[in-house]
Ligand binder design. Structure first.
Ligand code: IVH
Length: 691
C-alpha cells in the first residue's frame, strides 16, 4: 500500500475518525466498482481486506460515526456474488471442424452412411461468428430465462442482463409454442468494439483484447445497467427444447425466428444440395473482410429437422452440422529455443519458443513441435526461421523452416533422455512417438499437471484452482493428490495469509471447493486424468457402470488381463482393448486406487442417469448382422437414446439381441442362452410399444 502508516484507531480523536471513515468509504467504493463492474481489481485482496478491517475497527470505537454509505452497510456486493447457475434442458453442444472440401464431403458421407441413404442433403449455410452462445427460454411467448453455455450442461443465469439487449425480444410476436428455447450468438461488431475500447480507455476502464472478450465481459456484468450501456448484437440460429414442433426444416425455422422478432443473419443461405457448399464457402471468404463483424468460417446444417433428430450427436458434436473454418493463418518468425513440457501422463512435448509474431490478429510466441520425430522430419534447429500456422483455437504449429535463413553453426536438436523436471529416465515405448518421464507420481510436474487437470473446467471445475494456485499449494506441500484439494478448506486462514490472497479470495476458493463435493460419475472418472479417458470415454464408462462402487470394483477386477471384468470393459462399444489396458494399468497401481478411494471419501459421487431413463433403461442390447434399413451406428444410437446399453458380445446378462441378415455366432449364442431375439421391425416395435 502506498498510504502513510495509519494511526492506531485508539489514538484518533472524533474529528480524525470521521475524516478517515469518509475517505475509506470513498476509497472502498472505488475498489468495489473496479472489482465488480469492470472485472478489473485495482488492488490486491489483502490490501482490500486491510482497508475493510480498518473501517471496522474505527466504526467499533465510534459507532455514532457510522456513515449511511459505510462499506460495512452495503450488502449484496460481496465479490463472490456471481451468477446463479442454470441447467440446460437440452445440452448446448459444440461443433466439429473441417478445413478442406474433402473433409466437408467426408462429413456428409458419414451422415449418409449413418442414415443408410444415398441422396445428397439440402443444407443451410450460416456465417460462424465468434461470440458467446446463449440459450433463451420463452414461456407463453415471454422471455423467462437466459443462460450462457457454460460447460454445455450448466451455464450462468444472465436473464436480467439479456433483457437489456435490444436485439433480443422479451415477448415473441405472433403465435409461439407454450415453451421454446431459442439459441444464438451474442457478439459485438468491429466498430462497436473499437468505440467501446476508446471510451473505456478514456475512463481508465478495462480495455478488451478482442470483440469476443468485449461481448463476454459486457454480458457477464453483475449490474444489468452496465450491460444495457454496451453495444451488444444477437443472431438467432438454433433451437433447444420446444413443447411442439415449429418447423419441418431449419430454413423454415429461421423464417419463424424472424417472425417472432429475432435477427437472423441475413447472409444465411439455403443450399439446395451439399455440393453448393464450396461455392458458398468461397463467397463468404471473399466477403469476410467487408463484414461488420468477425467470422471464422461457415456453419453448415442439414436442413431436414427429422434427419437432424435421427442423426443426433456423437460426444458433444452433432452429426448434422459442421463448422467449415477458413484456412489457417500463417507467418514466419525466429525459433529462439526448444523447451520440453511435461504433461500429466509424463509425455515430454517439445515446444517452440518463438520471437513474438502477429498471426491473423493474435500474438503468437509458442508453438507445438509435437514429438521427437516431428523435429527430425522438419529438421528444425534453434536459430532457424520457421513458418508457423494458427487455425482457430488450436495450438499454433510449426510447419517448416526457411532453409536459406539458417544461421551458421545451428546444430540438430537432441531430444533429452531425462525428464527436465525430476530427472527420471525418459522412455519411448516401441511403436510410440512419445517420450515419457518414468517418474510417475514422484515427478512434481506430473503431479501438478494431474491436479490442474483435476480442477479444470470439464473435470471438477473449481474456480480459483488454476495453474497458479495448484503450483503454489503443491510447492507448499499442501496438495499431493486430489483428495488434498478437499482438505484445503481447513487451511482457509493460512491461505488468506499468502501473498496475493487475502480473506476474500480464500473464502471464495473454499466455497468453490465445497460446491464441488457433489459430482457426477462421468466427471469424476474424467477428472482422474487416466490416459485415453477423455470426457467421451468417461461418459461411456459412467453410463455402463452407473455408480462409483460398481465402477471401482469392476476396475479392480479388470486389472487381471483374462478376467471376466476385463472382457466386460472391452465389450462396451467405444472402449477397445487399448483403453481397457490403460484402465488396468491405472487401477493396477495400489497408490492410484488408494488416491481414488481417499478422494471418493471426501465426496458424494452421484450415479449416472442412464440416458434419461428411457424405455430401455437398464437393458443391454446387442446388434448383429445387417439390418434392412438401419445402419449399425443409427441402430445403436436409437437404442442408447432409449436408455439401453449397447454391447458387442452376448452373455446371460444381455436382454435383447437384434439380428439382421448374415448374423452368425451371436445369434446362435442368444438362442442357446435363451435371450430374446428380435429383427429390426421387432426392435422398432419395442421402442414404440414401450414408449
Ligand atoms: S449451431 C449443436 N450455428 O459456434 C449446434 N453455432 O463451435 C451448435 N456459432 O457454441 C451450435 N455461429 O457459439 C451454430 N450459425 C451458428 C453459429 C454457431 C457461431 C458458435 C456457437 C457454438 C460454437 C460451436
Amino acid at each position: 500500500m502506498t498510504q502513510a502508516k495509519p494511526q492506531p484507531s485508539g489514538q484518533l480523536d472524533e474529528a480524525e475518525a470521521a475524516r478517515e471513515l469518509a475517505s475509506l468509504a470513498a476509497e472502498i467504493a472505488k475498489y468495489d466498482r473496479a472489482y465488480h463492474e469492470l472485472d478489473a481489481p485495482l488492488i490486491s485482496d489483502a490490501e482490500y481486506d486491510a482497508l475493510r478491517r480498518r473501517n471496522d475497527v474505527i466504526e467499533k470505537r465510534f459507532p455514532h460515526l457510522v456513515r449511511p454509505d459505510s462499506p460495512s452497510r452495503r450488502v449484496g456486493m460481496a465479490p463472490s456474488a456471481g451468477f446463479a447457475k442454470i441447467v440446460h434442458r437440452v445440452p448446448m453442444l459444440s461443433l466439429g471442424n473441417v478445413f478442406a472440401p474433402e473433409d466437408f464431403a467426408d462429413f456428409c458421407d458419414r451422415a449418409r452412411r449413418f442414415l443408410g441413404r444415398g441422396a445428397p442433403f439440402a443444407m443451410v449455410g450460416e456465417p460462424k461468428i465468434d461470440g458467446l452462445s446463449l440459450s433463451l427460454t420463452y414461456e407463453d411467448g415471454a422471455l423467462s430465462r437466459a443462460g450462457t453455455r457454460g460447460d454445455g450442461t450448466e451455464g450462468e443465469d444472465v436473464t436480467a442482463n439479456v433483457r437489456t439487449i435490444a436485439a433480443i425480444p422479451t415477448k415473441l410476436k405472433g403465435k409461439a409454442p407454450a415453451l421454446i428455447e431459442i439459441r444464438g450468438e451474442v457478439f459485438m461488431t468491429k466498430a462497436d468494439f473499437l468505440a467501446l475500447n476508446a471510451t473505456q480507455e478514456k475512463a481508465s476502464g478495462k480495455v478488451f483484447a478482442n470483440p469476443r472478450n468485449a461481448a463476454a465481459g459486457s454480458l457477464r456484468q453483475l449490474d444489468p445497467a452496465i450491460t444495457a450501456s454496451r453495444p451488444l448484437s444477437f443472431f438467432a440460429y438454433a433451437m433447444g427444447e420446444a413443447s411442439e414442433a415449429v418447423a419441418a426444416t431449419h430454413w423454415e425455422y429461421l423464417q419463424r425466428l424472424r417472425h417472432w422478432g429475432f435477427v437472423v443473419n441475413p447472409l444465411s443461405r439455403h443450399l439446395g444440395a451439399e455440393t453448393d457448399a464450396p461455392g458458398f464457402q468461397d463467397e463468404m471468404a471473399m466477403r469476410r473482410a467487408d463484414l461488420a463483424y468477425d467470422i471464422d468460417g461457415v456453419v453448415y446444417k442439414i436442413d431436414d429437422l427429422a434427419l437432424q433428430t435421427r442423426l443426433g450427436f456423437v460426444g458433444r458434436e452433432p452429426r448434422w452440422a459442421i463448422a467449415w473454418k477458413f484456412p489457417a493463418e500463417q507467418a514466419t518468425t525466429k525459433l529462439l529455443d526448444i523447451q520440453i513440457q511435461v504433461g500429466r501422463t509424463g509425455a515430454l512435448t517439445p515446444v517452440a519458443v518463438l520471437e513474438s509474431v502477429n498471426v491473423g490478429g493474435v500474438l503468437v510466441s509458442r508453438a507445438t513441435l509435437h514429438n521427437e520425430d516431428e523435429i527430425k522430419r522438419l529438421d528444425v534447429r534453434v536459430g532457424d526461421t520457421v513458418r508457423i500456422q494458427r487455425a482457430g483455437d488450436v495450438i499454433p504449429q510449426v510447419l517448416g523452416i526457411v532453409a536459406e535463413a539458417r544461421p551458421a553453426g545451428a546444430h540438430p536438436f537432441r531430444f533429452p533422455r531425462h525428464c527436465p523436471v525430476c530427472g527420471s529416465h525418459a522412455v519411448r515405448a516401441e511403436g510410440e512417438v512419445v517420450w515419457r518421464c518414468s517418474g510417475g507420481l514422484t515427478c512434481p510436474a506430473q503431479v501438478e499437471e494431474r491436479l490442474i487437470h483435476f480442477a479444470s473446467r470439464g473435470a471438477f471445475d473449481i474456480e480459483g484452482m488454476g495453474e497458479k494456485s495448484v503450483h503454489e499449494f503443491h510447492a507448499l506441500g499442501w496438495i499431493r493428490s486430489p483428495a488434498d484439494i478437499f482438505r484445503l478448506p481447513a487451511r482457509e486462514d493460512e491461505i488468506a495469509q499468502l501473498e496475493g490472497w487475502g480473506e476474500q479470495s480464500a473464502a471464495n476458493l473454499v466455497r468453490a471447493i465445497n460446491e464441488r463435493r457433489r459430482i457426477g460419475l462421468a466427471r469424476f472418472i474424467y477428472a482422474l486424468g487416466i490416459r485415453r479417458i477423455g470426457a467421451a470415454n468417461a461418459r461411456l464408462l459412467a453410463r455402463h457402470y452407473g455408480d462409483i462402487d460398481t465402477f471401482l470394483a469392476a476396475m479392480q477386477q479388470a486389472v487381471a488381463p483374462e478376467s471376466e471384468a476385463r472382457v466386460a470393459v472391452t465389450s462396451i462399444i467405444g472402449i477397445g482393448p487399448a483403453i481397457a489396458e490403460e484402465l488396468a494399468e491405472f487401477f493396477g497401481e495400489e497408490r492410484n486406487v488408494r488416491a481414488v478411494r481417499a478422494l471418493a471419501a471426501e465426496l458424494a459421487v452421484e450415479p449416472e442417469e442412464v440416458s434419461g431413463g428411457g424405455v430401455l433403461a437398464g437393458k443391454t442390447v446387442v446388434f448383429t448382422g445387417t439390418l434392412p434399413t438401419l445402419s449399425r451406428p443409427e441402430a445403436k444410437a436409437m437404442a442408447e437414446r432409449h436408455g439401453a446399453k449397447v454391447t458387442d458380445s452376448v452373455s446371460k446378462r444381455t436382454d435383447y439381441v437384434v439380428i439382421g441378415a448374415d448374423a452368425g455366432s451371436k445369434a446362435r449364442k442368444a438362442a442357446e442362452l435363451g435371450v430374446t431375439v428380435l429383427d429390426e421391425e421387432g426392435f422398432r416395435a419395442l421402442l414404440r410399444d414401450t414408449a
